[in-house]
Design a protein around this ligand. Structure first.
Ligand code: GRG
Length: 306
């Protein structure tokens, strides 16, 4: 039937994610060998880049390239680059001057393992490598220079003062004070959705998507990015209330603004459903077998349980 057609007959999303993530991990490993005499810097970069993670951003880039009928090899450089940017943002986010976290993905954070100065430099070097990797990789895989340039501009915009860095600064400034829904939305659009958006948009650009297609992909990814955060907030409430029984009433997210706090759990769930529907609607204009991975990815993010 129509729904099955949309989801791609026999399409195995788990298998798709696992095989793409494995390919990305190999490419990232190759992109960052240890080099003398700065082995420690390279080790620190590899520690955060190759430390697991769902690889959602690279998969978005690869799937968006596929959506517009592009060759997967064309999207490999941007797929790696968005994961490098993501890794560096986590390293810097964990620093003592930011969130001051000592654990990430179940291991000591980068600065705990390597020291603050190395962690800071590893983040900077990962950010620089991301752009170098797009420029070199696009040239190496025959992506037209004009497309590579657009991808570089997109990524730069997503990271800088109109993107991640802006989201982080507003987030830090709003700590401890009551946060309006518009501010919460600004923080998530910039800190989380913007890089997911750039991942998908860059994939569509290097895949040869037309302007209207690229903008559709952008709207899809923006919805998915916000969805990611709304679902995360809802899961936080569920997890916290599950844990409340165990931790004698300690509210784990007491000082953090969340969607459930600002619109109620039911309101947040309804918003998530709306975002999923809007994201999926953007895919309707594409051939269903090309759109199946992105459709599944949106549902995976909407329905995940942890
Ligand atoms: C970008 C120049 C520059 C500086 C960094 C620190 C900072 C500015 C921004 C913070 C960005 C940040 C940490 C956003 C949160 C993003 C987020 C939702 C992370 C979790 O993503 P997952 O679930 O993680 O994809 P895994 O571990 O699966 O990769």
């Amino acid at each position: 039937d129509q729904e099955e057609g949309r989801l791609g007959f026999g399409f195995d999303f788990e298998q798709y994610m696992a095989s793409k993530a494995a390919a990305v991990n190999e490419a990232l490993d190759r992109a960052l060998p240890l080099r003398h005499p700065a082995e420690r810097l390279h080790e620190s970069m590899r520690y955060s880049l190759l430390a697991g993670g769902k690889r959602v951003r690279p998969v978005l880039a690869l799937a968006a390239c596929e959506l517009v009928g592009g060759d997967e090899a064309a999207a490999a450089p941007v797929a790696c680059a968005v994961e490098m940017v993501h890794a560096m943002s986590l390293v810097h986010d964990d620093l003592p001057c930011m969130d001051d976290d000592s654990l990430r993905r179940g291991r000591p954070t980068n600065h705990v393992a390597f020291g603050v100065s190395t962690a800071l430099l590893a983040g900077d070097a990962l950010l620089a490598l991301a752009f170098e990797h797009v420029a070199r990789g696009c040239a190496g895989t025959g992506v037209p220079a004009e497309r590579a340039l657009r991808a570089v501009a997109e990524l730069g915009n997503a990271v800088g003062a109109q993107g991640l860095a802006a989201g982080q600064v507003v987030d830090l400034a709003s700590e401890g004070a009551p946060v309006a829904l518009a501010t919460l939305e600004y923080i998530h659009v910039h800190k989380t959705a913007r890089l997911l958006e750039a991942a998908a948009v860059c994939g569509a650009i290097v895949g040869g998507g037309g302007e209207a297609q690229v903008e559709s992909v952008r709207r899809y990814a923006r919805c998915v990015g916000l969805l990611f955060q709304v679902v995360d907030d809802v899961l936080d409430v569920t997890r916290t209330s599950e844990q409340l029984g165990k931790t004698a009433g300690k509210d784990l997210a007491a000082d953090k603004a969340t969607y459930p706090k600002l619109m109620g759990v039911d309101g947040a769930r309804a918003y998530a459903a709306e975002l999923l529907a809007s994201a999926e609607a953007e895919l309707d204009q594409f051939a269903s077998h090309h759109a199946a991975p992105l459709r599944h990815l949106a549902r995976f993010i909407a329905y995940r349980q942890n």
